[in-house]
Structure formats: C-alpha cells, structure tokens
Design a protein around this ligand. Structure first.
Ligand SMILES: [Zn+2]
Length: 67
C-alpha cells in the first residue's frame, strides 16, 4: 500500500504536488481518474472535475448514450 492521495482535491493540495504536475493534469482537459473510463458525452465536464476533486471516482452518467 502506498500513501497516494485518493481525491483530486487531496492531490492538488498535497505539499509534494508541483506546478508542473498540475499543469500536466490540466493539459489533458480531463481529470485523471484512477479507475474506470470517463464518459464525457454522458456527463457534464464540470461533473467530471467535481467528482474527481471530491471522490476521485468516475461520476455516474447523467445522460443516456446516443447510438
Ligand atoms: Zn469530462
């Protein structure tokens, strides 16, 4: 087991997190969820970030998939 922070907020607020690491996160335009795929077409991206910041987990889909 390591002591890696779980939520995005913890990652951003961790003393060891560098500006370069934060820039790398923001560059993708997407939160780096540790597990699961982000379904950006099924949620608002604000919800992606909010879920990552508060839980670190992928948000539940908000919309139905368009086929
Ligand atoms: Zn998104």
């Amino acid at each position: 087991m390591n002591t890696k922070p779980r939520t995005g907020l913890e990652i951003l607020k961790a003393p060891g997190t560098t500006a370069g690491e934060i820039a790398a996160l923001l560059e993708t335009g997407h939160p780096p969820f540790e597990e699961g795929d982000v379904q950006c077409d099924l949620v608002d991206c604000k919800d992606c970030w909010l879920a990552w910041l508060t839980t670190g987990k992928v948000p539940a889909p908000k919309y139905k998939p368009i086929r």
